[in-house]
Design a binder for this molecule. Structure first.
Ligand SMILES: *[C@@H]1O[C@H](CO)[C@@H](O)[C@H](O)[C@H]1NC(C)=O
Ligand SMILES: *[C@@H]1O[C@H](CO)[C@@H](O)[C@H](O)[C@H]1NC(C)=O
Ligand SMILES: *[C@@H]1O[C@H](CO)[C@@H](O)[C@H](O)[C@H]1NC(C)=O
Ligand SMILES: *[C@@H]1O[C@H](CO)[C@@H](O)[C@H](O)[C@H]1NC(C)=O
Ligand SMILES: *[C@@H]1O[C@H](CO)[C@@H](O)[C@H](O)[C@H]1NC(C)=O
Ligand SMILES: *[C@@H]1O[C@H](CO)[C@@H](O)[C@H](O)[C@H]1NC(C)=O
Ligand SMILES: *[C@@H]1O[C@H](CO)[C@@H](O)[C@H](O)[C@H]1NC(C)=O
Length: 298
């Protein structure tokens, strides 16, 4: 038994050293924040637990087992709550009533599933204004719902890229969608609910993120970070716009509609000016030229 524990400890250290991503999602601290954790697979779940890492210490927050009641540690009892669903505890998102700076840190949500085994999501809560970033206006891609979208990012040629990380950036949270160590060719399995694919091929000058069957909710900012080392890195941001049927028209119409009405107004003004000039000339001509009247007489 002691041997097994020792082996597990070694395995754990090994995993930590082998460039494993240290967290899956970064969330901005807010009073009523929710740390989303949803089990994505269909395996039968036996237990789930939430813990928080404080330095090297791990503090338990809550444990749920379908055969028992939800157990929330006294320190957290009136500070957190879960979604109230007694059947199928796949969504074990942890919500705070009144979070404060003391709640900054790294959280872990660990599902025990049968037969697949453990599934863990790590969430880092940070103090930050907003994760808002901007994409230059010409860097966007529009797609129709249901399409398969490929976002691609050109990699540097001047320095050897070691790692490429794709993220979805929202003002209150950043989710890692793919992380690829190019020298090892190892891939990380994203805990983001939306499945995406990353072509993690060595020696490639491009990194692609494939989002199958996009929906309107996939719209937003995507960031590609390529790193050679901690100091040498480059980021590329692209906006994905998934038109929601009519949404496309709503987006385009105000601009083109505005332009069209402006053109129409200008056109009407020109016509009115031309028409009134012509009329003035027509009114004046008979007076100046008496031949007309003479002609009419004949
Ligand atoms: C990628 O893998 C190589 C080989 O194991 C390792 O030396 C390197 O630190 C890893 N890079 C990152 C960014 O994790
Ligand atoms: C999950 O449990 C149900 C009933 O206990 C069983 O019928 C089903 O086969 C199980 N599924 C898996 C993937 O083990
Ligand atoms: C999970 O529950 C949280 C609230 O507890 C909710 O905000 C979130 O939308 C839920 N996610 C899913 C996928 O049901
Ligand atoms: C959860 O639902 C049960 C049954 O519907 C109810 O008795 C209980 O008060 C609810 N708990 C919360 C925290 O809403
Ligand atoms: C939230 O907590 C802070 C201190 O941690 C306290 O000053 C504030 O009154 C609390 N707000 C609510 C609504 O409980
Ligand atoms: C991955 O990229 C390589 C080189 O660009 C290409 O040959 C291969 O077909 C790609 N694989 C997928 C699944 O897109
Ligand atoms: C990226 O590189 C800059 C210097 O060029 C450095 O200040 C910054 O910390 C790096 N960022 C990351 C995430 O490594």
């Amino acid at each position: 038994m002691a041997y097994l524990t020792w082996l597990l400890a070694i395995l754990h250290v090994h995993k930590a050293l082998c460039g494993e991503t240290l967290w899956d999602t970064t969330v901005r601290l807010s009073e009523t924040m929710t740390l989303e954790c949803v089990y994505p697979l269909t395996d039968n779940l036996t237990q789930v637990e939430w813990t928080k890492n404080i330095g090297t210490k791990t503090v338990r927050i809550a444990v749920y087992n379908p055969n028992h009641n939800m157990h929330i540690e006294p320190n957290y009892l009136h500070r957190v709550h879960f979604r109230n669903s007694t059947v199928g505890f796949r969504n074990m998102s942890l919500s705070f009533y009144n979070a404060s700076e003391a709640d900054i840190g790294t959280y872990s949500c660990l599902f025990h599933a049968f037969p697949r085994g453990p599934w863990e999501k790590k969430i880092k809560v940070v103090w930050s204004e907003s994760f808002e970033i901007t994409a230059s206006p010409d860097r966007y891609l529009s797609a129709e719902p249901g399409q398969d979208v490929t976002l691609s990012c050109q990699l540097q040629r001047t320095w050897p890229v070691q790692q490429v990380i794709w993220e979805k950036v929202q003002p209150h949270r950043v989710d890692i969608l793919a992380s690829c160590n190019l020298s090892q060719g190892t891939r990380y399995t994203s805990k983001y609910l939306r499945r995406t694919w990353n072509n993690c091929s060595q020696g490639s000058m491009k990194s692609a993120l494939i989002i199958p069957h996009v929906a309107a909710t996939d719209s937003g900012l995507y960031r590609c970070r390529s790193e050679a080392s901690m100091e040498i890195n480059e980021t590329f941001v692209i906006r994905l716009i998934v038109t929601d049927g009519g949404t496309n028209k709503h987006f385009i119409l105000p601009i083109f509609g505005g332009l069209a009405s402006l053109l129409l107004v200008i056109l009407i003004i020109i016509i009115i000016i031309l028409y009134s000039r012509k009329r003035r000339r027509q009114v004046r001509t008979p007076l100046k030229d008496p031949r007309d009247k003479q002609n009419k007489k004949f």
